[in-house]
Design a protein around this ligand. Structure first.
Ligand code: FES
Length: 158
C-alpha cells in the first residue's frame, strides 16, 4: 500500500535517495537487473532468497557485474567480475584476493581484504515491491569513479 511505501521511505532516512526499482516477482525472475536511479548506475541482484544492490560498473576497470558469477569465497558470497575476475562481497563490496606470503612460502595461500571497493546500496522490500536506498557512506569508494563523468566517458570508449 502507499502508506507502507511511504513508511519504508522514511525508515530508510533520506527519502530522496530511496527508489522503487521493481516488483519482487519480476526481479526474482530476472535474477539481476541493471538500472539508473538518481544519478547512479546500479545493479539489483536476487540470489538464494536475498536481494543485494551495488554499483553496476566494477571498481577495477568498469566491467559489467551483470555478467559476473556469484560464488562463495572465504565464507563470503562474492560476485566475480567477468572482465579480470576481481572478487567483491555482495554484502559489503569488500574486495578480496587470495595470495601466498613470499616470506612464508611453506604456508598455503590465504585470503586478503583490500577493504571496501564497490559501493553497496540498501535493499528493502515492502508489499511485493523492491526499493533501493542509495549509499550515503561518506568518502570515496573506488567504484565511484565509473559513476562520474570521466569514468563514464571511459566506459563508452571501452
Ligand atoms: Fe572488473 Fe577488471 S574490470 S576485474
Amino acid at each position: 500500500s502507499e502508506a507502507e511505501i511511504i513508511m519504508a521511505t522514511e525508515e530508510n532516512g533520506d527519502s530522496s535517495r530511496c527508489f522503487l526499482v521493481g516488483k519482487k516477482t519480476d526481479i526474482i525472475e530476472a535474477k539481476r537487473i541493471n538500472l539508473t536511479v538518481g544519478d547512479r548506475d546500479i545493479i539489483v541482484i536476487h540470489h538464494q532468497g536475498t536481494f543485494y544492490s551495488m554499483d553496476q560498473h566494477c571498481y577495477h576497470a568498469g566491467g559489467p557485474l551483470l555478467n559476473g558469477d556469484i560464488e562463495e569465497f572465504n565464507s563470503m558470497l562474492c560476485i566475480v567480475c567477468p572482465k579480470h575476475k576481481y572478487k567483491m562481497s555482495l554484502e559489503e563490496g569488500e574486495g578480496i584476493y587470495k595470495a601466498s606470503n613470499p616470506k612464508e612460502p611453506e604456508q598455503p595461500a590465504r585470503w586478503y581484504s583490500k577493504g571496501i571497493k564497490q559501493r553497496v546500496h540498501k535493499v528493502t522490500e515492502v508489499d511485493g515491491n523492491i526499493f533501493v536506498t542509495l549509499s550515503d557512506c561518506p568518502g570515496w569508494i573506488e567504484s565511484d569513479y565509473y559513476q562520474g563523468e570521466k569514468g563514464r566517458e571511459e566506459l563508452k570508449k571501452a
